[in-house]
Ligand binder design. Structure first.
Ligand SMILES: [Zn+2]
Ligand SMILES: [Zn+2]
Length: 379
């Protein structure tokens, strides 16, 4: 019996029921409605607005503003993210930030509420289905508790979620199309389907973003950078960077990286709605990249040296290994230069930073070539 292994006394029935029923309706009733009735322009616009408003309220509001204090925001922004954040059905900002701050502090360990070492499903949504025993104290959000609006949202979060998340789209679609069927569509598509999509996008940050992708800034934790995940998580997919520099308002720190949350914060700062945007210095970021690149090179060279080779194979590979050693030394020189720059707070020119980055990339590309050549020779 599979149920024998589930601690039924600890199941959080309301959360489990809500997640289960909305997911079931999103997979059955919502597509059935779309096939039978389609979606008019107004409903499509409402759906798009709600996807963006509730999604960004979580990433920009719950996450980067309230959990990490990575920028300041005027009251219209704070009010908006509290209302539409509630409509994303991810509990109050106090609860959310409390869990998230514990996640950063204890990442990959027992006190991490969505510890990826307990498996992909646990980190995705399994952790929500069971109550913790005993419930950890909410002692890491005292700064947020001082805000009366945050306390107000915490008190009425479920009422706001029902009214703004479900009732409002139902009423607006019903009134616009003057039909009960359209009201049902508003509830199913803009209310329920949208809630499920935004929730699972958030869940992916805790599961997939600790599972798939590269680790250019640090391998001290499981967080990963993935542009694919960035596409579905409003830019939160650059999670390796985020765990390394959690107080930076940017997650996709490179100019070409897809991070609509970062763009929104920046645009809002241009009209005075957000301020004090916190950025990590370019030198510190480069130092993290250099540390990681050097670690990978060292690891690769050690791997090649650890396996016995025939004399002929050694001759074939020696030149590549020598080149790799040379690259290692070059990166070490850059590293000490940048480290000195960080301690003395020197700003490096853009062209210099670009050149160093190019060198890191060349070294890593070369490493990949040598290791695959090594594997081929051995095979
Ligand atoms: Zn994380
Ligand atoms: Zn975070």
């Amino acid at each position: 019996m599979i149920f024998k292994h589930i601690p039924l006394d600890r199941v959080s029935w309301i959360t489990t029921g809500f997640l289960g029923i909305t997911l079931f309706l999103a997979l059955t009733a919502a597509p059935a409605y779309l096939i039978m009735h389609g979606m008019g322009g107004f409903m499509a616009a409402m759906f798009a607005f709600y996807m963006i408003a509730t999604g960004l309220s979580i990433t920009l509001g719950y996450h980067r503003l309230y959990s990490h204090l990575s920028f300041g925001a005027k009251w219209p922004v704070r009010f908006f993210v509290l209302i539409f954040g509630a409509a994303a059905w991810e509990n109050s900002v106090l609860n959310w930030a409390c869990d998230h701050r514990r996640h950063h502090k204890h990442v990959d360990h027992d006190d991490d509420p969505y510890n990826i070492n307990n498996g992909f499903f646990f980190a995705h949504m399994g952790w929500l289905l069971f109550k913790l025993n005993p419930e950890p104290p909410m002692d890491n959000v005292n700064d947020l508790r001082k805000d009366p609006w945050v306390r107000w949202q915490h008190k009425y979060v479920h009422l706001i979620a029902v009214l703004v998340g479900f009732v409002l789209p139902m009423v607006l679609c019903g009134l616009y199309y003057q039909s009960w069927t359209a009201a049902l569509g508003g509830l199913l598509i803009v209310g329920i389907l949208r809630t499920v999509l935004v929730q699972h996008a958030t869940f992916c940050i805790n599961s997939a973003c600790h599972y798939f992708g590269g680790q250019p800034y640090s391998t001290k934790h499981s967080a990963r950078d993935s542009w694919v995940m960035a596409l579905v998580t409003y830019g939160e997919g650059y999670h390796n960077y985020h765990h390394e520099f959690q107080h930076d308002y940017r997650n996709g720190v490179k100019p070409w990286q897809f991070d609509p949350t970062k763009w929104s914060i920046w645009l809002l700062s241009k009209i005075g709605m957000t301020y004090n945007l916190r950025r990590v210095s370019e030198a510190k970021i480069l130092l993290a990249e250099l540390t990681e690149a050097r670690r990978r090179l060292e690891h690769g060279v050690a791997f090649c040296n650890s396996k016995p080779l025939t004399d002929a194979a050694k001759v074939k590979l020696q030149a590549s290994l020598d080149y790799l050693h040379q690259k290692q030394e070059e990166l070490a020189t850059h590293y000490y230069q940048v480290q000195k720059g960080v301690t003395e707070r020197v700003e490096f020119s853009k062209s210099k930073v670009r050149a160093w980055r190019r060198d890191i990339q060349h070294s890593l590309d070369h490493l990949d070539q040598v290791v695959s050549r090594f594997r081929a020779v051995r095979a």
